[in-house]
Design a protein around this ligand. Structure first.
Ligand SMILES: [Fe+2]
Length: 186
């Protein structure tokens, strides 16, 4: 491959860092929500962490496909414990902001990967960007319904990280995987 692939490599690093940091941050947000006795929002944050982990792992595979050393990436993708706020309401607002920051990067990255001819990287960016939009609405709903004791079960597509708040009845509308690809988050 010629060096014009560099832009896609940079994009993958940036996306990986964001998705990986988000994964650890959402896990911490889930712990905070459990402490507050808010099991429902804790489940949503655990679903988000599982989804971000799927994206981080697939981005890593895309990077490995480009034969890059990856050892230091786990460090730069770590979350900052200071990100965890005093309340779950604040954590939900933080999650909405963080999520929207990341999702704005993906359309450009998809174009870069297309130009560079890296189809797997393109697929990773496409899925991560689509699922970030899904989380935007899940987080906003959770913020709106905070305090209500309605029980919600979240199902995460193991292939693309797509997440639904009801039993899967159809194939994944992001990646097309069969409904059996959806796993319920405890
Ligand atoms: Fe999917």
């Amino acid at each position: 491959m010629t060096r014009h692939t560099v832009k896609t490599e940079e994009d993958i690093l940036k996306a990986f860092e964001g998705e990986s940091r988000a994964k650890w941050t959402y896990k911490a947000f889930a712990d905070k929500a459990e402490q507050e006795g808010n099991h429902e929002v804790a489940k949503l944050f655990r679903a988000a962490a599982a989804s971000e982990e799927i994206h981080a792992n697939s981005l890593l595979r895309a990077l490995q496909e480009m034969s890059r050393a990856t050892n230091e990436l786990w460090v730069s993708g770590m979350y900052d414990p200071k990100m965890v706020k005093d309340t779950t309401a604040e954590n939900l607002r933080e999650a909405i902001g963080e999520n929207s920051e990341l999702s704005q990067l993906y359309p450009g990255m998809i174009q870069d990967a297309e130009k560079d001819g890296w189809s797997f990287a393109r697929e990773c960016f496409t899925y991560a960007g689509a699922v970030d939009k899904v989380y935007d609405s899940l987080f906003k709903n959770a913020l709106q319904n905070l305090g209500e004791k309605k029980s919600v079960d979240y199902f995460v597509c193991e292939s693309c990280g797509n997440t639904i708040d009801h039993k899967p009845a159809d194939s994944c509308n992001v990646c097309g995987s069969a409904e059996s690809a959806f796993k319920m988050v405890q």
